[in-house]
Ligand binder design. Structure first.
Ligand code: UTP
Length: 312
């Protein structure tokens, strides 16, 4: 059914804004060395590490797709081919599964390679997250885009990327996702100084990299999901190398803050960082316990293990 003329006349400015602020593209950097996870990450991308039965990067792509995005740009580097292969169709495997009548596996394999249009660009030298993002400039052009770290899973009722898009559609500026962390852990993260403007939403005043607990302006930490306007690219070009001699995205956001408002969303959901060993283990236990097929038996196993210890 078409829109009535009156409706279109009354709401057309708003419809135009919504269309203009429609987010079509996501960028997922997956080029990093993953030094915190050596030696496992030496010859395998950490983004391909399994969380129960799916590689981490698949959860990330599924989040972007669930948020309504089909066009994905991955920033890759040497040694990350397995990621491309995971999302490329494998016709021989499909024929084999078809021949064997393994319909469920066949459907799943086909779903993975058809859920999004994935493009790849190489980060020539690994100069940090900000540098990785700058390689997206040509692909995203003058559109705002979602940025999802490829080694971080976020679970939430509404995909966190969708939550960020919704804020961007209302305010038209960049939005960064934040999670609450324990005060004794703030020194590991980029922390927000901000002014609460509505439930869970802040006007960011500053971003402080790895503050000591006593000087931290809050315990809200940058959580690996962003909705960025293309204004980020000139900032990325103009900032000097920061910590570890890398181009830091947080530094570029701080520069952008001088010119434009940036919003911070204390999102609803849980973040899992696969890039460090302990959180990787915890994530596998949590997702294992929740798994539809394996959860019940895994829970029994853990109970037994906690009663008797690993040697029994
Ligand atoms: P991290 O901050 O975890 O950095 O990157 P890293 O270099 O991969 O890992 P460590 O600190 O040495 O253990 C967050 C995301 O950004 C990507 C990573 O692949 C990861 O998905 N990244 C990081 C790049 O694409 N390029 C870079 O230069 C750095």
């Amino acid at each position: 059914m078409g829109l009535s003329v009156e409706f279109a006349q009354q709401f057309s400015p708003y419809i135009a804004i919504m269309i203009h602020r429609n987010i079509r593209k996501a960028v997922i950097p997956v080029a990093g060395y993953g030094t915190r996870f050596l030696p496992a990450s030496k010859a395998q991308p950490k983004e391909m590490f399994l969380v129960v039965d799916k590689p981490t990067i698949q959860y990330v792509v599924e989040e972007a797709v669930a948020a309504g995005i089909q066009d994905i740009l991955m920033i890759i580097s040497k040694g990350k081919r397995a990621i491309e292969e995971h999302f490329d169709p494998n016709r021989e495997l499909e024929a084999e599964l078809e021949h064997a009548g393994r319909t469920l596996e066949l459907e799943e394999i086909r779903r993975i390679s058809s859920m999004a249009n994935i493009h790849y660009v190489w980060q020539r030298e690994l100069n940090g997250l900000g540098d990785a993002v700058s390689y997206a400039k040509h692909h995203v052009g003058d559109e705002a885009f979602a940025l999802l770290l490829g080694d971080t899973i976020v679970e939430s009722n509404t995909p966190v990327t969708r939550q960020l898009i919704d804020i961007h559609q209302r305010y038209g500026e960049s939005v960064v996702a934040f999670e609450q962390v324990a005060l004794d852990k703030v020194s590991r993260y980029g922390i927000m100084k901000g002014r609460l403007i509505e439930d869970g939403l802040y006007h960011i005043e500053d971003l402080v990299e790895k503050p000591a607990p006593e000087s931290a302006p809050s315990n809200l930490a940058i959580a690996g999901r962003y909705l960025l306007t293309p204004d980020i690219f000139p900032s990325l070009e103009n900032i000097p190398q920061g910590k570890n001699n890398e181009i830091q995205l947080t530094d570029a956001l701080r520069m952008l803050l001088q010119q434009k408002p940036i919003y911070g969303l204390h999102f609803e959901g849980d973040r899992y960082d696969i890039g460090n060993k302990l959180d990787f283990l915890k994530t596998n236990v949590i997702f294992g316990l929740r798994h539809a097929e394996l959860g019940a038996e895994f829970r029994q196993f853990l109970r037994l293990l906690s009663d008797t210890g690993p040697d029994e």
